[in-house]
Design a protein. Sequence first.
Length: 375
Amino acid sequence: MNRYFYYSFIMVAMLNLMLYVPSVLLEERMTGAVSSLLVAIGLGTLTAYAVTSAMARYPGLGVPEILRLYLPEWIVKTLLSLFAFVFFFASSFALVGYTLLLNRVLTPDLPAWNLLLVLGLICIYGSTRSSMTLLFLLEMTMVLTIPVILFILFKGIRSPDVAWNAIYTIAQYVTVRPTLTSVAAGTFIFTGYINLAIFNRLNPPNFRLKGRWLIPLLGSGILLTTFFLPIGYHGTMAVDRYMYVWTQTADSMTMSFGFIERVLFLFLLVYLALTLLYTSIGWHQAIEFIHSLRKDRKFEVDSTETPASSWWISSIFFALSVASMFFLDEKLTLAVAEIWLTFRMFIEQGAAALLFLLSFKRPPDAAKEAAHDSA
């Protein structure tokens, strides 16, 4: 099960290229973003270690079951409702953001909501699958997309068009004190651990996550590349003129040999797969949190039949996403993204601290017995 955790971690980390994390960081590239990257690496790594250590004490249990071991029911239901909203909003925001991007780049003559209808229906079907099925889908998608992503990053770094002096110039602003917005954007890279909230139910007894040294290594590598590579391509001043800066960066790369000349098409294809997967997993976990509001509900990690309530909840998520499309544009979406990234960071830090503290209140053996009774 170790590989599924790292698949999830890489999926969320790489998704930031398509979302608004680069734009938020590059907007403050001379006013604290560089030092914020260092703070985000330390804070993100610490939070990931705390969450994985806490969840390792409860193999076979998700966050709803863990909370019910210690907290009153009214607090549990409040927290579960909050977590359901966070997962729904994060995944829906990614879906709407990618739809706006795809509409701007590939289908400018069509209404954006037409494209959202197609993508949303796919996410409805994906989110209503079982947790086990989604993990298998996660593995297949990441095995196919990781080589392409590594190829794009390698080609970008090795390109002679990269102005390393521009990167060095911005790196010298490391002495400027960090800002809350940039730290919040940088920690998004490390938030793949949050998928343990539900998928920890699939971990077998005595499960221990191995290779956690990869968390800061992968996270810092992706974060630094996310921030500095567009600067190398577009310069220190022009880099913040693009709302979808990584789309323009990918479009600046070409392949001399191959049937696809522009790297942009590979970039959009890969991020189509990642967005659909991320949204399906996010909606699925939001559905599970809503189902867990019922104390007597028994969870199933590989159910053969999809409950009718899952279809209804997923359809409501889809309807809300379509409705938001009529109120959002690129500028408003970027403003919402800055607020959302900060709000998300505080929620995740609070949830991580709570789980870490609760993990010391009961011996692991007692938790294992509870997991066996819940299965």
